[in-house]
Design a protein around this ligand. Structure first.
Ligand code: NAP
Ligand code: GLV
Length: 328
């Protein structure tokens, strides 16, 4: 008998084909609407594999219903939507898709940095709305990126890829992680700083840590108050890492200069959210990895992880090796 799989959204056909050939598979076909919780609760009961997106909350309550689930394959590198400890307890493997999205997400992060620094979205709206009357010395002036100081909070795969782009703009690059990376320091000329010193020295602060209990609200009112008045904050990691109320206040009262956000505490962010009313915010709908090639690769990698687990092989990108030990 083929293993039974549920896929929580329409995925690229190449990934779907791989799964279909080996499994008895059902897919939530809609692209624009996440699978309702009740359906997920019903489906999880008797599937061997769940293929999901970061939009699904895979919590203990849901996992408790699963009778034969072996693997949860997340089509994302971040897996904060999954209660990994609850999965491990039940011997359920959790997998993710690191690496294939690194360069694409670094591209977007740097694009967001440039757009925010140089007020690209505001300036484009200015033209379209017919407000452009004349060239003027200080019209829509922004912050220089070339030669500025970049602070990367979370120098992992994407952080390092971002640093490589920043070097092309002659930026001085600071970073903060829990552990130092001597090789990256040497190869890319990076300088390690503790978080507070980095915030004080950087012109641009980019957040690229995972979202964990430790990074929740990592950037709050106190941290924002340490930043330069001319500084720009970019968050392309996860919304909850930056406290949105504190960020709103800092942007409104000039504690920092601007923010570029690809991610939010609640996604999609409500259209009437106060952050969206601020002219010094560039907001994007979580498109860090959204190139056709990269999203296809992520979908295929998630399919491979799923199939490996269902074949009794250790998946290439296993988040919880402790669950593998339990299964063995
Ligand atoms: P990664 O290679 O695991 O890098 C994460 C880095 O964060 C590591 O270097 C880690 O270093 C550091 N870190 C972890 N906990 C920390 C803490 N408490 N304080 C300071 N630094 C900490 O991950 P990645 O592939 O670069 O991806 C990073 C994150 O980006 C993902 O988890 C995901 O949430 C997000 N992301 C967003 C998009 C998007 O579409 N916007 C796309 C891809 C990824 P230490 O362990 O030494 O601290
Ligand atoms: C996207 O946000 C990811 O974690 O892959």
């Amino acid at each position: 008998m083929k293993p039974k799989v549920f896929i929580t959204r329409k995925i690229p056909s190449s990934a779907w084909e791989q799964i279909r050939q080996a499994c008895d598979v059902e897919m939530w076909e809609q692209e624009d609407t996440p699978v309702p919780r009740e359906i997920l609760e019903e489906k999880i009961v008797d599937v061997d594999g769940l293929y999901c997106l970061l939009t699904e909350t895979i919590d203990e309550e849901l996992l408790r219903r699963a009778k034969r689930l072996k693997v949860v394959s997340n089509m994302a590198v971040g897996y904060n939507n999954i209660d990994v400890a609850a999965a491990s307890k039940r011997g359920i493997l959790v997998t993710n898709t690191p690496g294939v999205l690194t360069e694409t997400t670094a591209d977007l992060t740097f694009a967001l940095l440039l757009a925010t620094a140089r007020r690209i979205v505001e300036a484009a709206d200015y033209v379209r709305e017919g407000r452009w009357k004349t060239w003027s010395p200080m019209l829509l002036t922004g912050q220089d990126v070339y030669g500025a100081t970049l602070g990367i909070v979370g120098l992992g795969r994407i952080g390092e890829a971002l640093a490589k782009r920043a070097k092309g703009f002659a930026m001085r690059i600071l970073y903060y992680n829990r552990s130092r990376k001597p090789q990256a320091e040497e190869e890319l000329g990076l300088e390690y700083r503790d978080l507070h010193t980095l915030l004080q020295e950087a012109d641009f602060v980019c957040i690229l840590t995972p979202y964990t209990a430790e990074t929740k609200d990592l950037i709050g009112a106190r941290e924002l108050s340490l930043m330069k008045k001319t500084a720009v904050l970019i968050n392309s990691a996860r919304g909850g890492i930056v406290n949105e109320q504190a960020l709103y206040e800092a942007l409104q009262n000039g504690t920092i200069w601007a923010a570029g956000l690809d991610v939010f505490a609640e996604e999609p962010i409500a259209p009437d959210h106060p952050l969206l009313r601020l002219p010094n915010v560039v907001a994007l709908p979580h498109i860090g990895s959204a190139s056709i090639r990269t999203r296809t690769k992520m979908a295929e990698l998630a399919a491979q992880n799923l199939l490996q687990a269902l074949n009794g092989e250790r998946p290439a990108h296993l988040v919880n090796p402790e669950a593998w030990d339990r299964q063995a």
